[in-house]
Write a protein that binds this ligand. Structure first.
Ligand code: F2R
Ligand code: MG
Ligand code: MG
Length: 348
């Protein structure tokens, strides 16, 4: 059904934007108090309610980089890493106050300094040559999952190359792969059927196994850390809803700027929100997923955005409240980017 698939492409781009815009006001690294969770509930209620005039809710670096990446794939019709790097840097210097990661700014400065003659070294030099394991690769990856809809090997290659512009630590790259894979799987599922959570996690685990095979020598405490997080996720999903406090989820999966402690959390939020969650009052499962992700605190814009991109790819645009979209900066542009990516990778 091509119209459903088109709606899913739009849904993933718009979901990424909505999660970023609605999550950014709570992005101070802390857990949300019960009072803040109530503010979050009321804020969603208001944004989804009858139209009212207010300044748009602004997006942050997550959506700025997602936009640049989508635009480059659409303009070039293939991955051109120099063009992506130029677009990232241009946008950063146009609007440096969008809440970029502390480290990634050095990459932008070096890229501008070498006039894009070397787009590899700046990221490789980060953190004394370790590279960044931040979630900056994963947070912007939705357009790659859409662009590579037809071909999973192309997805892997494209995610790796585009992530390496800023993030070269294997855990940063594999986090982007896991996020793109979750979107890739969600695009293929029928939202009118109940999602089989165990199958969804097992499919992710099978795909991550070969990707994490060559991790010896990286000094990681866990040889296949994302597979480990997927195991934890599966066990949490089997627990009784009443016992699953936010504190336990944060302690088990994390809510930080590290890809390892945020990408699995986003996937978990999407999966858990298939069913009602105590304290989140809505019948809409897309909103439930994003609101739940934000309510876990920590890196709220990014975990909200990654959850939104996966949930939007599963449910499609129809489940994203149109009043809420009106309040998010650049939502029309993100819808158009979804359409262009659809034309490029499916309709073509
Ligand atoms: N920067 C933020 N949030 C901070 C608060 C923003 C506030 N609202 C404001 O407006 O000022 N958010 C954005 O950054 C995250 C994505 O970051 P990215 O692109 O991965 O950047 P970076 O700098 O590469 O990594 C982030 C931090 O992770 C730590 N880190 C990464 N690799 C490391 C390594 N190998 N060794 C040690 N530390 C490492 C560093 O602290 C990095 O600064 C998103 O949340 C986005 O929204
Ligand atoms: Mg941000
Ligand atoms: Mg963030």
């Amino acid at each position: 059904d091509l119209s459903l698939l088109k709606s899913k492409f739009r849904g993933s781009m718009l979901g990424a934007l909505v999660g970023d815009c609605t999550g950014s006001p709570y992005d101070n690294g802390d857990q949300l108090t019960s009072g803040m969770k109530l503010v979050l509930q009321k804020s969603f209620d208001k944004l989804e309610g009858p139209p009212f005039k207010a300044p748009v809710v602004q997006f942050t670096d997550d959506s700025a980089m997602t936009y640049s990446l989508a635009k480059s794939l659409i303009d070039r019709k293939e991955l051109d890493v120099v063009d992506v790097a130029k677009k990232f840097v241009k946008r950063y210097y146009q609007e440096p106050n969008r809440g970029y990661g502390m480290g990634v700014v050095t990459v932008f400065q070096k890229l501008r300094g070498n006039k894009f003659t070397d787009v590899s070294s700046p990221a490789e030099e980060q953190f004394n040559g370790q590279g960044s394991w931040g979630n900056g690769g994963a947070m912007r990856v939705a357009p790659v999952a859409l662009f590579s809809y037809e071909n999973y090997d192309k997805l892997l290659d494209t995610v790796r190359r585009v992530t390496r512009i800023t993030h070269t630590h294997k855990v940063g790259i594999d986090g982007a792969i896991l996020q793109a894979t979750a979107i890739y799987q969600s695009l293929r599922l029928d939202p009118s059927q109940e999602l089989n959570v165990v199958n969804f996690i097992d499919d992710l685990t099978c795909k991550m196994d070969p990707i994490e095979k060559d991790e010896e020598g990286l000094g990681l405490s866990e040889p296949q850390p994302y597979k480990m997080q997927l195991r934890v996720m599966k066990s949490l999903m089997s627990e009784d809803d009443q016992n699953l406090s936010d504190e336990r989820v944060i302690q088990k999966l994390g809510n930080s700027v590290a890809a390892l402690y945020s990408v699995p959390t986003a996937i978990f939020c999407f999966l858990r929100a298939q069913k009602p969650i105590t304290g989140i009052q809505t019948d809409n499962p897309f909103r439930r997923a994003v609101q739940y992700a934000i309510s876990l605190g920590g890196d709220t814009d990014t975990i909200g955005s990654m959850t939104g991109a996966i949930a939007g790819a599963f449910y499609g645009e129809e489940k994203i409240n149109s009043n809420l979209l009106q309040h998010c900066e650049a939502s029309e542009e993100f819808r158009i980017l979804g359409d262009r990516l659809f034309e490029l990778s499916v309709a073509r």
